[in-house]
Ligand binder design. Structure first.
Ligand code: R7I
Ligand code: MG
Length: 308
């Protein structure tokens, strides 16, 4: 069945995903502060605000701004937006800083992205961390979500696994947003099967998503042990666990973020990915959704986005 998704509905879904992504990023990165322990979050003791967001949110804001302005991702425009808005102190990966500097100084993005990591291209988790709002925008088509995720990824991540990570997250967010519109929570195994079906079966991200499906019902710590928690900062080591968490806790944003914090590793990014997918389903300020108090504690989003 096809249906018409109006632009304002797309934008609402994408903005809710961005709220979940940015709060996950900002709260997750608080757990790199010495002396802070995941038990505090479980006990309801929140870090003092403001929770500053990082590169994950800065780049996701550019993705949403492009969708809001043009209704689609144009790779050339997105590459320039990423490069011009990059504030390196926000915690960008070393490969990303170099690629974005090259683009800012006139190197075409295909050349810049292909030059990363001695010509392998980056398989970092940076293309996956920023893409959930794009998936939510395409709640009516996982195929379109996957195509546009690829377009959004390639401007910085030329390695096939870096791109696959973004495709996987976008398809999951598309399905989550669609489920919200339908009022029907997807079965975790079916959600992961649909994500796997969108990926190259020869790839490592694909293999990780299949393994995540086999681990449904196991404790989160066991899933993180088997799948990785992002400590290698690659898509392969990050995306399978985040999809396990999102599929398992799609109805409960705070619990999903706690699972990321407790798993350790690249917590700002696992919480950004999970938060973006889950909030596409739950929304904001409702039971199970992004808590209003968490949204208020997060540093405001950049002025250039809120002005647009
Ligand atoms: O992918 P990217 O934007 O990083 C995002 C991460 C998030 O956690 C952010 O919050 C921030 O902390 O960084 O940046 P890249 O530098 O392209 O990739 C991240 C890391 O992935 C690199 O520093 C490498 O450790 C690893 N990596 C690779 N390692 C070996 N070979 C990426 N590509 C390769 C590779 O080809
Ligand atoms: Mg970050």
């Amino acid at each position: 069945m096809t249906f018409t998704l109006f632009p304002d509905t797309r934008l609402t879904l994408a903005r809710d995903a961005l709220a979940g992504l940015s709060v996950g990023d900002a709260l997750g990165s608080q757990f790199f502060v010495p002396g802070r322990h995941p038990d505090d979050l479980a006990a309801g003791r929140l870090p003092a605000p403001p929770w500053e967001w990082t590169d994950d949110t800065e780049m996701a804001c550019s993705v949403v701004a492009e969708l809001a302005a043009a209704g689609r991702i144009d790779s050339d425009r997105l590459a320039l937006a990423f490069a011009q808005r990059c504030e390196p102190y926000r915690g960008y990966g070393p490969g990303a800083v170099t690629v974005l500097r090259l683009i800012r100084t006139g190197t075409p993005w295909p050349v810049a992205a292909a030059s990363a990591f001695d010509g392998q291209g980056s398989c970092g988790n940076g293309a996956a961390m920023r893409v959930a709002p794009l998936g939510a925008w395409h709640a009516d088509s996982t195929r379109r979500a996957a195509e546009q995720a690829r377009d959004s990824a390639e401007v910085t991540h030329a390695h096939p696994e870096g791109v696959a990570g973004a495709v996987a997250v976008a398809v999951a967010a598309s399905l989550a947003a669609r489920a919200r519109l339908d009022g029907d929570r997807p079965d975790p195994a079916r959600l992961l099967a649909a994500v796997a079906a969108a990926l190259d079966p020869a790839g490592e991200v694909h293999r990780g998503v299949r393994r995540a499906a086999a681990l449904l019902g196991h404790p989160a710590a066991a899933a993180a042990d088997a799948l990785g928690n992002g400590s290698r900062v690659t898509a392969q080591d990050t995306v399978p666990f985040t999809l396990w968490v999102a599929a398992t806790l799609l109805h409960d944003y705070p619990a999903a973020i706690r699972a990321c914090v407790e798993a350790g590793g690249d917590v700002d990014t696992t919480a950004a990915i999970v938060g973006g997918i889950v909030a596409a389903y739950t929304g904001v300020g409702v039971p199970g959704g992004v808590p209003e108090g968490w949204l208020t504690a997060r540093e405001p989003l950049p002025g250039w986005l809120t002005a647009a």
